[in-house]
Design a protein around this ligand. Structure first.
Ligand code: ZN
Length: 319
């Protein structure tokens, strides 16, 4: 029987509301990191401490595998690669985000502002959200990309035989890595929080909730029992997580339907009704959550949108 390999988990602070991110060290003939944590002094220190416990230093890293192109997951890949010569392998659809970070980030920010203006967000709130985005930008640098991978690819490193499963939704290229019973899940499956479809559709434009639901269907077919998520403790099996997510999805979908029965709303007012008043760091997540539902409801012909003075108003179809 094949020996069950275990990664070493290193908690790295993110400087973001999510708390710490899990960096997984795969030790073997090569030393591999799955994700890195953000570009920040403190992240670097905690990573060095974690490596030190294993008798390793940054210069000993040979490969960096990135689950997806969000700053808390790959932000210090550029620094680490510069100091160790490590190769950075990323999902094909995240290559531009990572290799061309500064421009790609600004383009993304611009795209979000345009989308957000259509939600009826108050100008002051949008300004604060944009400021938060500028802060987040400081948590990553450009990183060289030595190889890209896509769903179905096989990555044999440090004694592991990792198969890539493309799971768009949280980000266009979000990827899970599977070896036997073990799954590295990035932010596609999380133990204590609900992953957000935040313009993570594989087409790079749609909010991604529909893709995310499809990704869960794909993962459901995979028989894994040890899940290593991007944040929080490991999990045993995917079923409870998938059930919870779908239950929450149905609850929110029903609540939106109920609200729209009474009158038409813009997306920002739906956020306030559905999720209450959110702290500024969570406004982006709240809006994308509601936009994700609306995108699906519109696609199904249940909801229609009408634009008034640059703001989209949603109503139930046929009412
Ligand atoms: Zn994350």
């Amino acid at each position: 029987m094949k020996e069950v390999l275990k990664p070493v988990k290193i908690h790295v602070p993110t400087q973001l509301p999510v708390g710490t991110v899990n960096v997984y060290l795969l030790k073997g003939d090569e030393n591999v990191l799955v994700d890195t944590g953000p570009h920040h002094e403190e992240s670097r220190l905690w990573l060095e401490k974690g490596l030190g416990k294993e008798g390793l230093q940054v210069k000993d890293i040979d490969f960096i595998l990135v689950t997806h192109g969000h700053v808390d997951h790959y932000g210090q890949a550029g620094d680490l690669s510069a100091d160790s010569g490590a190769e950075v392998w990323v999902p094909e659809l995240e290559k531009d985000t990572i290799a061309n970070f500064s421009n790609a980030y600004e383009e993304r920010k611009e795209f979000y502002s345009e989308q957000f203006l259509r939600t009826g967000i108050p100008e002051e709130t949008l300004r604060l959200v944009a400021e938060f985005f500028d802060y987040v930008k400081g948590l990553a640098t450009e990183s060289p990309v030595h190889r890209t991978f896509r769903g179905g690819d096989r990555l044999a490193l440090a004694g592991w035989d990792l198969r890539v499963i493309h799971t768009p939704g949280h980000s266009p290229g979000s990827s899970c890595f599977r070896d036997g019973d073990t799954l590295f899940a990035g932010d596609t499956v999380l133990s204590h929080i609900t992953p957000n479809a935040a313009f993570g559709g594989a087409d790079g434009k749609s909010v991604g909730m529909a893709d995310y639901l499809r990704s869960l269907e794909e993962l459901e077919k995979v028989d894994v029992t040890i899940i290593y998520p991007g944040h929080g403790p490991p999990m045993e099996g995917l079923a409870p997580f998938i059930e919870n997510y779908r239950a929450l999805y149905r609850t929110r979908r029903a609540a939106l339907n109920e609200l729209l029965k009474a009158k038409s709303y813009n997306a920002f007012d739906l956020v306030v009704h559905l999720l209450g008043s959110l702290p500024i760091q969570e406004v982006f997540l709240g809006i994308t959550e509601v936009l994700g539902h609306l995108e699906i409801l519109q696609h199904e012909g249940i909801v229609t949108a009408e634009e008034k003075d640059g703001v989209a108003f949603y109503s139930l179809a046929g009412e």
